[in-house]
Design a protein around this ligand. Structure first.
Ligand code: PEP
Ligand code: MG
Length: 325
């Protein structure tokens, strides 16, 4: 029950055979912090900073951004806070109406591409992040990385900002872990290489599924093809986790798939270290994980991946989950 699940808020999400997963929260605004803490979030896995930029005329200043990041870091009291740099462009356009519509926004100038094309906007955010980093346990994550060049470019921009602030005498603290969202099929396929230069991965299944199946996630006519348990998605996830393991970097998932308890055994089997979701989803995912063994989940996943269609796999997983919970 919900009451029992809430009572378990301070218990770890650990399987019966000892595999520990960190359950953390997704936020868009600092106002969501109290709900996260009351549901037992062990940190923040995805802070979608672009929301501060929407529905207003002027972009927030470095100072305004710094204050928001600092507020989130301080509220989390040393727990890990993963802040994603701006995922603007596509369907999320800053300001009101001045942006020219792209014919194919999901494949257009968005996320890290947008930031690399709008350097000053990117630098303002990076400076705000660097300044805020002394106030908590911060990691920075770049969205929609499609290849190594973008990761290198984004990283070197961050380094340049660090050098500049350092010269100006701004206190910066220690090195910040730099990770990437793995949410394009290209990144999933070269995850082994990306893992050599990223400090962590976080899988964005909302986009990974969209781009894997070539379906616009906003388009209702093709929504029936949006299947987290499509074999291509499961194979991508397996490849991403294996690459992270080999390179000994942590691997998280922060797309919506992470917060739906029907997928919790699949994700336990795959070996994710961290799952990030909305506050209200934490108790039910934790409850499934605490009642299950990873060995059993792995058997279930092997059986599922021997099937072929997304419908078969989904039916199989739903039936098996219904039997257990
Ligand atoms: C994702 O793509 O799964 C994700 C978490 O990012 P967003 O939904 O903000 O694109
Ligand atoms: Mg995404």
């Amino acid at each position: 029950s919900e009451a029992r699940a809430l009572a378990a808020k301070d218990l770890p999400a650990q399987s019966t055979d000892g595999f520990r997963i960190r359950l953390v929260g997704n936020i868009e605004f600092p106002e969501e912090l109290p709900a996260l803490l009351s549901h037992g979030a062990e940190g923040i896995g995805l802070y979608r900073t672009e929301f501060m930029f929407l529905d207003r005329k002027e972009a927030p200043s470095e100072e305004e951004q710094y204050r928001a990041y600092r507020q989130v870091l301080e509220a989390m009291e040393g727990r890990p806070v993963t802040i994603r740099t701006l995922d603007l462009g596509g369907d999320k356009v800053p300001g009101k109406g001045k942006h020219e519509k792209e014919p194919n926004p999901a494949m257009g100038l968005r996320a890290i591409r947008y930031c690399l094309a709008n350097r000053e906007l990117f630098r303002v955010q990076l400076r705000a992040l660097l300044r805020a980093s002394v106030h908590g346990n911060m990691r920075v994550m770049f969205p929609l990385i499609s290849g190594m060049s973008e990761l290198r470019e984004a990283r070197s921009e961050l380094e340049a900002c660090r050098t500049e602030l350092g010269r100006a005498g701004v206190p910066l603290g220690k090195r910040i872990p730099i990770g990437i969202m793995v949410e394009t099929p290209s990144a999933a396929l070269i995850a082994d290489r990306l893992a050599q230069e990223a400090d962590f991965f976080s899988v964005g299944t909302n986009d990974l599924i969209q781009y894997s199946m070539a379906i616009d996630r906003q388009n209702r006519d093709v929504a029936y093809l949006y299947k987290p348990l499509h074999l291509s998605v499961l194979r991508s996830l397996r490849n991403i986790v294996a690459a992270a393991r080999d390179a000994r970097i942590p691997v998280a998932m922060c797309g919506e798939m992470a917060g739906d308890s029907v997928y919790a055994l699949v994700l336990l089997a795959l070996g994710f270290d961290e799952l990030s979701m909305t506050a209200g989803q934490i108790p039910s995912v934790k409850s499934v994980l605490r009642q299950s063994s990873r060995a059993e989940a792995q058997k279930l996943l092997d059986e599922a991946m021997a099937l072929t269609t997304a419908e078969e796999i989904e039916r199989f997983i739903r039936i098996e989950m219904d039997k257990r919970f």
